[in-house]
Design a protein around this ligand. Structure first.
Ligand SMILES: NC(=O)C[C@H](N)C(=O)O
Length: 481
């Protein structure tokens, strides 16, 4: 079941230094002890700041009248950590404008679109495929070996969807695991910085470097919270014997019935993977997370409402074209159609007329969904007492990352249609619940030979366990170990 790569040469960068940028060891106090990524070329999404490089978030609103992009005034903590660990910065990658999109097509007019490096196998399916969004440039750069790994951001699937479409690994960490200092906000209660890489071990190496407390980000988990999460995770590990020897005895994996599609309706059935996991000693159980059914509309109400607030800072006073008098023009011409649509929808959701029926309801749905997850986990939430952990509960929740393989790139200037939003159907639930979720390739769909990913979700703070299970249980099948 090895995933073969038929790769195109693609351009997925918005900015590249003339040579990869490495931190001068003389200026780094930590390099000597932490140089775990020495010499590794890493790309970052164009909504993450690196001092003196341009940051555009793929938006004309960050380009001034003279055509100059916004100059990053400082370096994000996650990038600083990468440089301190010896990594080299190879450039900034294309994205949907401000992270809004699932196909990396919401770009300023005239921009080059990112193409999925995978070529469909069928003759009639030769149209170019989307790399997914919004971190499509990061995924394409990694899949085409232009970077060892890349940083992306994931609000409702922006790392996992491109990872699934491009046949690589994508990790959305637990909310607040990685500092967002120096990362441009889209929806503050959902945004997470995460990693795209070619395998689980590379993903882990980068995640270990970027995650950690940061006093510059008030939402970033403290050292004591992380220590509590480690304790809960260690307890879970003790129940799963044989992990180090490639076994999963004692592991309980839940398959949500709400995500289950009959084999005839899915491009790549889960069945062979479930058989493999069982052969390694894992127990597979059906579970129910009823809140998944309404999580897509809840996500879009909450994300748009938050975006209407976070994007207010781009109103034209500080950035963008023209003087203060021209703010209206700035908003009209600086933002693309998808961003404008979401700001208007989000502003409406927060008005007195709509608040109770949209924003508040969406919050309630989110709360219920969180409760659904907590009711099925075997380990307790390190941050709260949602429910008493149930010994009959599960350690990992598994389902396909996406409902399809990479879609055909739509023609330029075609507005997003419902199917584009529907691509996030299986990625938004873990975002709303703030849980770690890893997409790993689990094969190619036979008809077109394009990759598909499977998602593993764990209890808050258990990225390590999620990655262990993915390595032992999924990569052992796809990489033929
Ligand atoms: N930012 C994301 O996670 C992508 C999601 N499709 C959105 O447009 O909100």
């Amino acid at each position: 079941m090895r995933i073969s790569r038929r790769l195109l040469n693609i351009d997925s960068f918005t900015w590249r230094p003339s040579t990869p940028f490495f931190l001068d060891p003389a200026h780094s106090t930590t390099l000597a002890e932490k140089a775990t990524l020495a010499g590794k070329p890493i790309a970052i999404k164009d909504n993450i700041l690196y001092r003196s490089s341009p940051t555009t978030c793929s938006s004309d609103i960050l380009i001034n009248d003279a055509g100059r992009p916004f100059d990053s005034p400082y370096t994000a903590t996650c990038v600083r950590n990468l440089l301190d660990a010896g990594a080299g910065l190879v450039g900034k990658t294309s994205m949907d404008e401000f992270g809004m999109g699932s196909m990396n097509v919401n770009l300023p007019p005239g921009s080059k679109r990112v193409v999925n490096p995978f070529r469909p196998r069928r003759r009639e399916g030769k149209e170019e495929r989307s790399a997914g969004g919004s971190s499509g440039g990061s995924a394409a750069a990694v899949a085409s070996s232009q970077a060892f790994a890349a940083l992306g951001t994931d609000t409702g699937g922006s790392i996992r969807l491109p990872a699934s479409y491009c046949g690589i690994v994508g990790l959305k960490p637990s909310y607040s695991m990685v500092s967002r200092y120096g990362v441009v906000s889209y929806a503050d209660s959902l945004d997470c910085v995460g990693v795209l890489a070619r395998n689980v071990e590379d993903t882990r190496a980068v995640f270990d470097v970027i995650s950690g407390p940061d006093t510059k980000d008030a939402t970033c988990a403290s050292a004591s919270t992380r220590a509590r999460a480690r304790e809960v995770e260690d307890e879970a590990r003790r129940r799963i014997t044989g992990l180090a020897d490639g076994r999963l005895d004692g592991l309980r994996i839940g398959i949500p019935i709400e995500t289950h599609l009959p084999a005839s309706q899915t491009p790549l059935p889960l069945h062979p993977l479930l058989k493999h996991l069982t052969s390694l000693g894992a127990t597979i159980l059906p579970i129910s997370l009823p809140g998944i059914r309404l999580s897509l509309p809840a996500y879009y109400v909450l994300a748009c409402a938050e975006a209407s607030s976070t994007l207010a800072r781009f109103g034209g006073g500080w950035f963008g074209r023209g003087s203060a008098e021209e703010r209206e023009l700035t908003r009209r011409d600086g933002w693309g159609g998808e961003v404008r649509k979401r700001v208007v929808a989000g502003t409406y959701a927060l008005t007195a007329d709509a608040f109770n029926n949209s924003y508040l309801k969406a919050l309630l749905l989110r709360h219920r969904l969180r409760g659904d997850y907590q009711a099925v986990f075997r380990s307790s939430h390190p941050l709260g007492d949602w429910t008493t952990p149930d010994s009959r509960g599960v350690d990992i929740i598994l389902h396909p990352t996406a409902i399809q393989t990479a879609p055909i790139l739509p023609k330029e200037d075609t507005p997003a249609t419902t199917p584009e939003y529907a691509q996030d159907l299986l990625t938004v639930p873990a975002s709303l619940a703030g849980l770690p979720c890893l997409s790993v390739p689990y094969g190619t769909a036979d008809a077109d030979g394009l990759p598909m990913g499977v998602s593993l979700t764990g209890q808050w703070g258990m990225e390590g366990l999620v990655m262990d299970v993915a390595r032992v249980g999924v990569e052992s099948l796809t990489q033929g170990e």
